[in-house]
Design a protein around this ligand. Structure first.
Ligand SMILES: [Zn+2]
Length: 255
């Protein structure tokens, strides 16, 4: 279990057992677990020595708060997660500067929320799947292009908040897969009548039903981290007296 210790005096943190398998797997071939444990104990002792006489508190990690804009497998990146002391919430940045550098954890004075920046269809995958499933009686490239254009149009106008998230494993924490909603499904099928006729329509209808819940028809949403200033910056507080002084100056001039 990870344990985060915060020095209240210095606003610094120490994460015990950072190589635990949370919040993501660390594929680190070395150092060996034994070496690491010794190394970790020394590091922790250093932290305690450095903050001797200071007030320390334990923080609890908030589940599901982990976010990064890079894939899980990317070793050099910044990720963020939140933790609490029961009263206040903290944002922790986790990063590594070089491939050989250890992970670092740092408290940052900003909060974050996630903003959906794009909803995309899996064009390449849909095309490949269609060509594979209908090898003997393929659809024309014009038909496939028209279908992709139609579905992309639906995706662009969809309300992401109404969609059901799928448990589909993503390699990137900022990419989430969703099923299309029933209204979109009806719209898609109805408009497919303009592209596919007779038996071809029945084929495409079946294809859509087959792949809408867990296949190539899932919609991919991309999220971006949006930072919000958490603490009022000192500058803002300082600007008040300056403004007052200026006002006084104006008044003096007017007088
Ligand atoms: Zn301290």
């Amino acid at each position: 279990m990870n344990q985060i210790i915060r020095c209240i005096n210095c606003d610094e943190i120490y994460l015990k057992t950072p190589f635990d398998q949370w919040p993501e797997y660390e594929t680190h071939p070395s150092p060996s677990p034994d070496n690491f444990r010794i190394h970790e104990r020394d590091d922790f002792q250093d932290f305690l020595n450095h903050h001797r006489g200071h007030r320390l508190e334990d923080l609890k990690i908030l589940e599901d708060s982990f976010i990064s804009e890079k894939p899980y497998s990317e070793p050099i990146k910044a990720s963020y997660f939140k933790a609490t002391n029961g009263k206040e919430r903290f944002v922790i940045k986790k990063f590594r500067k070089g491939i050989d550098e250890p992970l670092k954890y740092q408290l940052i004075a900003r909060d974050y929320s996630l903003k959906c920046t794009a909803i995309e269809i899996q064009s390449k995958e849909i095309k490949k799947q269609l060509e594979m499933e209908f090898k003997s009686r393929p659809f024309s490239q014009t038909q496939i292009a028209a279908l992709l254009k139609l579905y992309q149009h639906i995706a662009e106008n969809i309300d992401i908040k109404k969609l059901e998230r799928t448990p589909e494993e993503s390699h990137n924490p900022s990419e989430v897969y969703y099923k299309m909603d029933d209204t979109s499904l009806v719209y898609l099928l109805r408009n497919c009548h303009n592209i596919f006729k007779g038996k071809e329509y029945l084929d495409i209808e079946e294809f859509i039903h087959r792949h809408k819940d867990d296949g190539v028809l899932l919609l991919k949403a991309t999220y971006k981290i949006q930072f919000i200033e958490k603490y009022k910056s000192k500058k803002k507080a300082d600007s008040v007296p300056i403004a007052l002084e200026r006002k006084k100056a104006v008044e003096n001039r007017e007088a």
